[in-house]
Design a protein. Sequence first.
Length: 190
Amino acid sequence: MRTLISTAFISLDGVVEGPGGEPGYRNSGWTFKDIDFLPEAFDIKGREQKEASAMLLGRTSYEAFSAVWPDMEDFADYKVMPKYVVSTSLTEDDLVSNWGETTILRSLDDVAALKRSDGGPIILHGSASLNQSLSDAGLIDRYHLLVFPLLLGAGKRLFSVTDKDTQKLKLVEHEAYANGLQKSVFDVVR
């Protein structure tokens, strides 16, 4: 069984929307506003590229990332990595040609089948709605969270508000940084 890892920049109040400056969100770009950049706080992002064997995205995140990541040196390892996009509306014609092999998955059952396939860890970037659905379905195995010392109020959240049984997490890695960021890595306890 492959490990599905959700990775997110998240505010202290759980918002994951618009961290890099995506248009349409009031607080867009919050990860770089008024936060001192400390390279060591972002070491986990490079580690994720080296350790993952595939990337999973929702349609909205795929459309945003595929427009810029293929040409960015910071994300070179992702260019050659197989990508899977969960979407009921995306077609093969919508996929970019300069970002390597990409497969469209149509359902959470398809994601569950991908997890049962051979291979290493699958990294899930962005994709707030997909994260919520996968978490609620019990398909996420680990969370890599960079928690920013901000309260953003409104915005897309990493976790749904679905009434469900408690899901226990085990803290396996944690570090606090001088700029207020905290890295928290949790395994989902089954």
